[in-house]
Ligand binder design. Structure first.
Ligand SMILES: Cc1cc2nc3c(=O)[nH]c(=O)nc-3n(C[C@H](O)[C@H](O)[C@H](O)COP(=O)(O)OP(=O)(O)OC[C@H]3O[C@@H](n4cnc5c(N)ncnc54)[C@H](O)[C@@H]3O)c2cc1C
Length: 462
């Protein structure tokens, strides 16, 4: 029962770490208490995208006339939509099972708890405890939906994301608290399915981490699609004693009561760091996160942590990159610390949002003199042909040295376009180099080149 590396948790942090560890020649085991693939594959990234695909197909069907087509008796089957999403998640989890076998990684099903002396106790479903030893123990136990004290989740009327993607019946009316990526993705899905959706957001903007131009454009599109949005507002309490819910919302104008069948709380995450032995080992935790150095070592030698349990963006690709960096460092490779300033963030509502680097406001606050270019998809041939003219690409450069400070996109398919900006920034590309990189025509990606051209007064199609 001795391993070189034991990973606790098999999300995109844990399973990727295990695969890279095995590639590097370590005898590796991964411990999982629920389903292989973690939140991302089972209850996060993937099943939500499956739901959103159904919403997109349905939205296209509702507008077939726009494409010169005819379709009659268009309808949806909510149960089947949910079933498809759950099926996609299960298929992905099976895929991880295959990858574990392929990479000769032992999968130990049970709940892991770290102990002093580089040991892990695993309690299986029957309550049997087995002790394992490892030279390196990597904690990747992830996170769950955060519960606000005034919005306790009963899982039926006040729900978190797990229930939101597996409801037995479609609610007629829904309140979504929080307009971050998770909140707006569900708001969009349910609105497309025909639910009457109201978003309540505490901040003055929707998708508050995004550039203000993107937030404004997205707000317009939410409203156009029929979603009601209450900004600068907070749900103070929720009464679930009746048939549905009645939420008391504090707004700038006073108190308002909102009635709905269901309230979805999408106000962030709470890390899974309780009862995993951190105190017994003496691992330092601060503000709900395990404290680690640039290579994910905790304060106790031999114990590491990666993914949602450590500070940094709580995203699947970040968790995976952290795990790879962690084991490459253990293996003695000359690996670089992750640049958290160059992590792309994506929101898969309609329109999609994708961004990397500084917003205009943050760049100004940092004291840069800016060159900004914007190119609307309304001027893109591909967007016109596809009937997706909404949105734009906005690029921000430092006027003095030409550093690409930020890139912000809103529109159809932009989540598949942002990697160009991430790579460009990683390679310290200047605006002129992007301009001289020939982009294929007709593609949505031409808008990146044109936005850069706009920043340097060389735009062609505006
Ligand atoms: C609705 C939703 C949509 C999302 N969409 C995206 C997206 O589009 N793109 C993106 O990048 N990110 C997205 N995320 C975030 C992403 O899912 C997380 O950042 C990512 O899953 C974190 O990976 P992780 O490996 O740290 O943890 P997790 O994926 O949370 O995995 C942790 C695993 O550890 C297991 N575990 C916990 N405790 C123990 C224990 N004691 N013993 C054994 N096993 C244990 C859990 O069962 C779980 O399987 C989304 C999240 C949600 C909720």
């Amino acid at each position: 029962m001795k391993y070189d590396v034991i990973v606790i948790g098999s999300g995109p942090g844990g399973y990727v770490t295990a695969i890279r560890a095995s590639q590097l020649g370590f005898k590796t085991a991964v411990i999982e208490k629920e389903s292989l693939g973690g939140i991302c594959l089972n209850w996060g990234c993937i099943p939500t995208k499956a739901l959103l695909k159904s919403a997109q197909v349905y939205d296209y069907l509702k507008h077939v006339d726009d494409y010169g087509l005819k379709a009659e008796a268009i309808d949806k089957d909510f149960e089947a939509v949910i079933k498809r999403s759950r099926g996609v998640a299960q298929g992905m989890s099976k895929g991880i099972e295959f990858l574990m076998k392929k990479n000769k990684i032992d999968v130990i099903m049970g709940t892991g708890k770290v102990k002093p002396g580089k040991k892990v106790d695993v309690t299986d479903a029957d309550g049997k405890v087995t002790e394992y030893d490892a030279d390196h123990i990597i904690i990747a136990t992830g996170a769950r939906s955060r519960e606000l004290p005034n919005l306790p989740q009963d899982g039926k009327k006040v729900i978190g994301y797990r229930q939101a993607m597996s409801l037995p019946e479609q609610p007629k009316k829904m309140i979504v608290v929080g307009s971050g990526a998770i909140g707006v993705e569900f708001a969009h899905f349910y609105n497309s399915m025909g639910t009457d959706v109201t978003i309540v957001e505490f901040m003055p903007n929707v998708v508050p981490v995004e550039d203000e131009d993107v937030s404004k454009a997205f707000l317009n599109s939410l409203k156009k699609s029929g979603i009601k949005v209450m900004l600068n507002s907070a749900v103070e309490s929720v009464d679930t004693s009746g048939k549905g819910v009645v939420a008391t919302v504090k707004t700038a104008k006073g108190e308002e009561k909102l009635e709905a069948d269901i309230l979805l709380s999408a106000v962030g995450i709470k890390t899974n760091i309780e009862n995993i032995g951190l105190e017994d080992v003496g691992i330092v935790v601060d503000r709900d996160k395990i404290i680690v150095n640039d290579f994910y070592q905790t304060n106790i030698p031999g114990y590491y942590a990666i993914g949602d349990v450590v500070p940094g963006q709580a995203l699947a690709h970040v968790a995976s990159a952290e795990g790879i960096t962690c084991v490459e460092k253990i293996a003695g490779l000359h690996t670089e610390p992750i640049d958290y300033g160059n992590i792309p963030g994506c929101t898969y509502a309609s329109p999609e949002i994708a961004s990397v680097g500084l917003t205009e406001k943050a760049a100004k606050e940092a004291g840069y003199e800016l060159k900004i270019g914007k190119f609307p998809f309304s001027a893109s041939g591909k967007a016109s042909a596809a009937g997706n003219k909404e949105g734009f690409v906005k690029v921000i450069f430092d006027a003095k040295y030409g550093e690409w400070l930020g890139c912000h996109m809103i529109g159809a398919g932009v989540t598949d376009m942002i990697a160009e900006a991430v790579l460009g920034r990683k390679l310290e590309t200047t605006g002129h180099e992007v301009l001289k990189t020939v982009h294929p025509h007709p593609t949505m990606s031409e808008a990146v080149m044109e936005a850069v051209a706009a920043a340097y007064d060389e735009v062609i199609h505006l």
